[in-house]
Design a protein. Structure first.
Length: 325
């Protein structure tokens, strides 16, 4: 098993230069809420061309890979956003791209993968999640871009941390949606290198908070995972290869209910006119609950939410499950 270390500053800066022409340097804006429990800012990764931060890591991984590794095309395992990141960059580079998705992936994200030219293979969630541990899938060839633990992916994700510090040097805490740790550890690597006092928290949803359980137990432990409309984060257990890095870099896990996350989506739309998916609003939900103090940056990681689901949330409802509206 690979033992991951924090991404060095020189790799983060190299990634920042490498992907500058492929991604947007997203704005950092104040959350428009009076009497909030902290000074809350939003890092708007939902404004990337694919509607998600995943374009950063995917672009860095493909642009860094040598030609012979790309000869057989590329593939990844993704619930939707990493799929779009890899498919977007693969199309730019003229590469064949295949995506293995879990069976609860939302149709909005599947449509986007098809639009970008990606070939979709759908598999049951348990089988799909095993790919994240084994890095293999029957019949797949070409370069595998791991959505979480790929070092180049984490370096690309970490460029978000560099931008936050450039725009808001007095930041005290950064709240990051937690799927597998690639985003949070990339950002935390930047903070450790440049401003170690900044606390980086993982943000999870109550039915799928594997990191919170692992931190309580002191080791990865299997939970009773339940899929929900917060489909971009959460898992049955923390990946073993990521645990040493996650437990070293992160200040803890902040867990929100589905009701709190739905309310945060509604608030972002009404106050800041920003569309966030469930994962993208998880950090905002935690900040609004007062789970971090001082000057807080919430990473709005993506905005790829099914329209029918969004309509329900704007009407004050909580969508029932991942696969429905």
């Amino acid at each position: 098993m690979t033992t991951h270390m924090p991404i060095p500053l020189e790799e983060l800066r190299a990634a920042q230069q490498r992907i500058a022409g492929a991604v947007i340097r997203t704005p950092l804006v104040r959350l428009n809420v009076e009497n909030a429990p902290a000074r809350i800012y939003l890092k708007l990764e939902n404004l990337q061309p694919i509607g998600s931060f995943k374009l950063r890591g995917a672009s860095n991984a493909l642009l860094l890979a040598s030609g012979d590794k790309l000869a057989g095309g590329v593939w990844t395992a993704s619930a939707g956003n990493m799929a779009q990141g890899v498919a977007w960059q693969a199309r730019q580079m003229g590469l064949a791209c295949t995506i293995v998705v879990p069976d609860h992936a939302p149709e909005t994200k599947l449509e986007a993968i098809r639009r970008l030219g990606g070939t979709i293979i759908k598999t049951p969630f348990a089988e799909w999640f095993q790919i994240l541990s084994t890095h293999t899938y029957p019949g797949m060839t070409g370069l595998f871009v791991h959505p979480v633990s790929d070092r180049a992916v984490m370096a690309g994700n970490g460029t978000i941390g560099l931008e936050i510090l450039e725009d808001l040097p007095d930041v005290d805490a950064v709240l990051v949606p937690y799927g597998g740790g690639g985003l949070s550890c990339g950002i935390a690597s930047a903070m450790r290198a440049l401003k170690p006092s900044v606390r980086v928290y993982a943000c999870e949803a109550e039915p799928s908070a594997a990191l919170a359980a692992a931190l309580r137990a002191g080791e990865p432990t299997k939970i009773d995972y339940r899929a929900s409309f917060v489909d971009g984060i959460g898992s049955p257990f923390v990946l073993g290869e990521m645990w040493p890095l996650v437990s070293q870099l992160l200040a803890g896990s902040l867990v929100s209910t589905l009701e709190e996350i739905a309310a945060a989506i509604k608030l972002l739309a009404e106050r800041n006119r920003m569309i966030a998916e469930g994962a993208g609003a998880a950090a905002v939900a935690a900040a609004l609950a007062g789970k971090a103090d001082g000057t807080v940056v919430c990473v709005v990681s993506g905005g790829n939410i099914d329209t029918a689901r969004l309509v329900k949330i704007l009407q004050g409802e909580v969508p029932a499950q991942a696969g429905g509206s």
